[in-house]
Design a protein around this ligand. Sequence first.
Ligand code: HEC
Length: 278
Amino acid sequence: MAEDNSNLIHVYLDDQEEPIVSYRPPVRFELDTTQLEDGPHKLKVVATDATGHKGVREIPFEVRNGPGIDVEGLQDNDTLDGKVPILLNAYGGAKEPFWEPARAETPAPVPTWAWVLLLVVVAWSTFYIAQQWNVPEEFAATPTYSRYSGQGQVSRQTAGQPASSSKANIGATLYRTSCASCHQGNGEGVPGAFPPLAGDPVVTAEDPTRHIEIVLFGMQGKTIEGVEYSAAMPPFSEQLSDQEVAAIVNHERTSWGNDAPTVTAEQVQNVRAKETSN
Ligand code: HEC
């Protein structure tokens, strides 16, 4: 018996008594799993050397010749009660000639997070487009957004716009091109150099006469709110029409928190007619 076993390798399957293979090493053999039932199995290799010492190696493995089975709605060791909907799918059996990936996909609804992500993206793009529609003032003069190239052409270029918004647009646009270089787009001016128009007493005064006068005829060497400005406020009577002055004055009177009565082109005309110089 011992003589028999030396230098032999025996291969056992599962807990069978008889080896399925007995050879001298090295051994190459084919394990035919189609003869086995799907599920866990065990291969046991026993080798004996010349001195009679045994080496044993056990290799657990799993056979799957039948189709893959997918179960949705029930997991290992789940605790269930009531009625439980369960979705079963089987795919890719060994006898199927073609592997069809679609069969392996278990139909499932689009996950919630995907919907949420989609909604966020849609909401953001809507918001972004709306933003572009209403360009913030400080960017409106930049080449990307500016619809107007210079003063004087404004009235012509805005002619096609709805009457309600065009007035405010003309005022804002003219302010940007004629005044913002000194008084800044936000109406805050430059401390010590150009006075702020936001909250300025002339700009917020009930009576707009002085406001119109300054825009038409300029101003120089005046102290405003205790600050002396060495630069001069240039006159605009030559460059701007009554309508344009009214639009700018109204823009200043209603922007940056200012909330003063607005003026008409006729009022500007009157001021222009009364004074010829400052
Ligand atoms: C070149 C720079 C410059 C430009 C351009 C300019 N301003 Fe002025 N603005 C001044 C300065 C400087 C003063 C103050 C002058 C002073 O104190 O004597 C002033 C004063 C004013 C005041 C008077 C503020 C007060 O409290 O008395 C108003 C209103 C005004 N500017 C409106 C405008 C408007 C409207 C425009 C565009 C049509 C404009 N400015 C363009 C420099 C400028």
